[in-house]
Design a protein around this ligand. Structure first.
Ligand SMILES: *Cc1c(COP(=O)(O)O)cnc(C)c1O
Length: 385
């Protein structure tokens, strides 16, 4: 299979001679109506009915006990880590194969990321690698889980559901229980993906979702903290809205809170997008099936959902047979107006995380050298049956 054939196949799917982006949002429902409604009502900012409605929709859809809307997925992750008690000098275990936001929030709480490898089952944090790292390098003390060489506390584990494919959560949950670690799912990419029938982001202690413009649904910018229990959800709401005590006119704040509120304007867009998320999911799964069929038997290994999961196929991906083959495909498609992308530079290759503690990362390195993301915007189901 030649790189040029792949570009042509993608053009045929999207039925266009124009530039094909990696992931563009689709607005075909009530988006304009709801956004205009916020302007007409003057409630465009931190107060308004769409914020509550968006939270209710996400709770209902995912089954989270409480969903709290915030300004973006990064803020959702930061809030979850803060709730887990992550603070100065702590360690947080995560994957090197992720978007930089996962590590930035750890850094900005004064803690440091510690990298373990990803799994070839899910491209998410590998439970075998995690257990091995902890067994070799950590011990459980009365203070909690301590890193033996540095004496730092390991507070939390943050698996990321890469490209929407759910990580091996049962195994990760039991390792976290055993080692007294808080499990926070970076579900920024995986709204709509389920693990053994449960929504990603609702299985760990907390989950963080993103509604950035390139995600499966968008609120322009936005995020949601998914909470396992309602009491924590109430705390998260309080914390992310400046920790103001309710009062008719006095300003009293009982802790140093965040202003992470999602504006009503953005929530309006999010509400409209939630009305059509099932159509997007069906469309994206159909697109993935087309890619899967096209690449079957070729030298390109199309990334499919793990057998225990149903993925939203947020970003489609292929693993090429070599780094050179990856570069050829990237060049051919991008120079011909079909946007494809290599995966993120691994976190320990970025200057700010180059000294981070880490285990063996050989599978992450292989994926970074050979994986390419393919155009993944929803296709029109009616035309593509
Ligand atoms: C998009 C994304 C985020 C951040 O979400 P924003 O809404 O852009 O802040 C965090 N982690 C991962 C893995 C993401 O893909």
């Amino acid at each position: 299979m030649k790189a040029a054939n792949i570009g042509q196949f993608i053009r045929d799917i999207y039925r266009t001679d124009q530039f094909i982006p990696l992931h563009a949002p689709t607005f075909a429902g009530n988006e304009k109506r709801y956004v205009i409604d916020t302007i007409d009502s003057t409630f465009v900012s931190s107060v308004g009915k769409y914020v509550d409605e968006f939270e209710n929709k996400i709770e209902h859809y995912t089954g989270a006990a409480k969903a709290v809307a915030v300004v973006n997925g990064t803020a959702a992750l930061q809030t979850a880590l803060y709730m887990a008690g992550v603070t100065v000098n702590d360690l947080v275990i995560t994957q090197a194969l992720t978007f930089v936001a996962t590590c930035n929030v750890i850094y900005h709480l004064g803690a440091s990321p510690l990298f373990v490898d990803v799994s070839n089952v899910s491209l998410g944090l590998c439970p075998v690698a995690l257990e091995r790292y902890l067994t070799e390098h950590a011990s459980l003390t009365e203070l909690g889980c301590v890193h033996k060489q540095t004496g730092q506390l390991i507070k939390a584990v943050v698996p990321m559901h890469t490209f929407g494919h759910p990580a091996q959560l049962d195994e990760l949950v039991s390792i976290c229980l055993k080692w007294q670690l808080t499990l926070i799912e970076d579900a920024a990419e995986s709204l709509g993906s389920t693990y053994k029938g449960k929504h990603t982001g609702t299985i760990g202690d907390f989950g963080a979702v993103s509604f950035n413009g390139n995600k499966i649904i968008t609120s322009g910018g936005g995020g949601m903290v998914l909470c396992k229990n309602e009491a924590q959800g109430i705390q998260v709401k309080h914390l992310t809205t400046t920790a103001k005590m309710p009062h008719a006119f006095e300003f009293f704040h009982d802790q140093a809170g965040f202003n992470h509120r999602m504006p009503n304007l953005n929530a309006a867009l999010g509400c409209a997008q939630m009305e059509v998320i099932d159509d997007f999911l069906a469309s994206k799964r159909l697109l993935a099936a087309k890619y899967s069929e096209f690449f079957a038997g070729s030298a390109y290994q199309f990334v499919i959902e793990p057998e225990y999961a149903k993925s939203n196929y947020w970003l489609n991906a292929v693993i090429c047979e070599s780094h050179e083959a990856r570069n050829r495909l990237l060049t051919e498609t991008n120079y011909n107006g079909v946007m494809t992308r290599p995966v993120w530079t691994l976190m320990h290759h970025l200057p700010m995380f180059k000294n981070a503690l880490r285990g063996d990362l050989s599978y992450s390195e292989l994926i970074a050298a050979r994986l390419i993301n393919l155009p993944s915007s929803p296709i029109d189901i009616r035309e593509n049956k």
